[in-house]
Ligand binder design. Structure first.
Ligand code: ATP
Ligand code: MG
Ligand code: MG
Ligand code: MG
Length: 463
């Protein structure tokens, strides 16, 4: 009796085989005919395997008839063609072993449907529900696709540091790293005491691996990073986390047009992998979370992304007649509401916005001749807004120095970054995709807290 995942046991071609299945009970129903139906799920797919447990089993009365949602079981038996609708097979049990009980009085995941908000309180159990299980399988597929895409396109996977001294985005959203020696802290008093910091220097959790990634791109050509990223976002939105995962490709000899093309090809590949490899889960999202999601993604894959400059976008927004919470004008950053209007109402699909004002973008983006705008590109999608932020980088030494001075950045802190322009500088470009925002878009889940295993938001770091 070989163990197989439920996903495999559910296939018609598995009928006729003896097998063992291991998982958690979703429901149990006793039939008048003196046997029980037990729905078992093991996370390998959304569907449950129906186990038919005959009354003749030794532990039928003592154990099987006491099974409730959440109990863990090992079932041995033979897979047979199921006469019931919606399932190809069912497992006729010759043995049902109970590994762990789940007290129905206290087990939180009863039949009743809980709100996603409620489920967040049980982050340790919520992946036993259909929706969260499906989210995590799609999330896994997206991660696998990302690696595959870059690998196939000649990008080298590099790991940039988590602890760093540079504030890449300059947005003041960094978490400080400290040894948190409370006794020393109590004794110190006086001015800022850096001896509590990492090796006596102020250091932070990374907000982006880009600057370090650039050093690799300007030696190895094409690279990408894929790691955890931290931002002290003290806001409560449906698309910001304090800890999220970012994918950051960086390519030498790339300009903004190459960068936009790469981003589009990349997203389309990831989206189509989700449709092709997560069919059951995507069908669920399509029916239960966002109606028409599959058609929407198919259309996105088939059509070229639309492009627009920031300046054009401002004109569209200003003449939209739309009442926004935050009135937009040239020179200020777009908010989610503006990004969603542009994608959902104006173009009806993804949109790449380019050439943002230099004043709202970080120092490393390549400035235009009049210095008013930078070669930036954001990819916006319906439902979420920005999922990618990228740019062509400033490769001209003199211009970079000027930009740094204007933003009061010290050359001493960034000497290594400046070196990349001093020695064999090349045009280069890259972007950052927020993994969770990509998962949000593909699944249609509205809150980013529901697409990451353990969301980190203000007041939320217990486990
Ligand atoms: P936003 O405008 O939504 O605050 P940003 O412009 O600050 O995002 P970037 O610095 O451009 O973000 O980061 C690149 C990508 O990382 C974003 O396009 C987004 O997908 C993702 N991202 C940024 N901040 C967060 C966050 N706090 N939580 C989750 N994902 C994020
Ligand atoms: Mg931000
Ligand atoms: Mg932004
Ligand atoms: Mg951005």
């Amino acid at each position: 009796n070989d163990w197989i995942p439920v996903k495999q046991a559910r296939l018609a071609e598995s009928a006729g085989q003896p097998c063992e299945v291991r998982g958690w009970v979703r429901t149990r129903r006793d039939s008048k005919g003196g046997f029980s139906f037990i729905e078992v799920n093991d996370g390998s797919c959304m569907g449950n395997l129906q186990v038919v447990a005959p009354g003749e089993l030794d532990n039928y009365v003592d154990e099987i008839q006491k099974l409730t949602a959440g109990c863990s079981v090992v079932v041995q038996g033979e897979l047979q063609v199921s006469p019931a609708k919606g399932q190809a097979t069912e497992l006729h049990a010759s043995a049902v072993r109970v590994l762990g009980w789940a007290d129905p009085e206290s087990y939180p995941l009863q039949k009743k449907r809980h709100s996603f908000e409620k489920l967040r309180e049980w982050a340790h159990l919520r992946t036993r529900t259909n929706t969260l299980g499906a989210v995590m399988r799609v999330r896994d597929q997206i991660c696998q696709s990302i690696h595959r895409f870059f690998h196939e396109n000649g990008f080298l996977y590099v790991n940039t540091p988590i602890i760093t001294a540079s504030d890449c985005e300059g947005a003041g959203e960094m978490f400080r790293v400290t040894t948190l020696d409370l006794e020393r802290l109590a004794k110190s008093g006086g001015p800022v005491d850096y001896s509590f910091d990492f090796f006596d220097k102020p250091t932070f959790l990374t907000v982006s691996g880009q600057l370090e990634g650039e050093t690799y791109a300007t030696s190895l050509g094409r690279i990408y990073t894929f790691g955890p990223t931290f931002r002290a976002e003290n806001s409560n939105t449906s698309r910001h986390l304090a800890e999220f995962w970012m994918i950051e490709p960086e390519a030498a000899f790339f300009d903004l047009a190459d960068n936009m093309q790469l981003a589009e090809r990349f997203l389309k590949q990831v989206f189509s992998d989700c449709l092709n490899r997560c069919e059951e889960d995507m069908a669920f999202f399509d029916q239960r979370i966002e109606k028409g999601k599959i058609e929407q993604i198919r259309a996105v894959i088939d059509k070229p992304f639309q492009h627009m400059t920031y300046t054009e976008a401002i004109k569209v927004l200003e003449s939209s007649g739309q009442k926004f919470d935050y009135q937009i004008a040239w020179g200020s950053d777009l908010q989610a509401e503006h990004e969603r209007y542009l994608t959902e109402q104006h173009v009806g699909g993804p949109l790449i916005l380019t050439d943002y004002p230099s004043t709202i973008k970080p120092f490393y983006m390549r400035v235009s001749d009049d210095e008013k705008t930078v070669a930036a590109m954001d990819v916006l999608v319906p439902g979420v807004g920005e999922i990618i932020g990228g740019s062509q980088r400033e490769e001209r030494l003199d211009v970079l120095r000027k930009r740094m001075a204007a933003q009061s950045l010290s050359e001493d802190d960034y000497w290594w970054y400046i070196d990349l322009r001093k020695y064999g500088t090349v045009p280069h470009a890259g972007f950052g995709l927020g993994l969770e925002r990509a998962v949000q878009y593909v699944t249609g889940m509205t809150n980013i807290r529901d697409v990451i295993p353990f969301p980190r938001t203000p007041g939320n770091a217990e486990f």
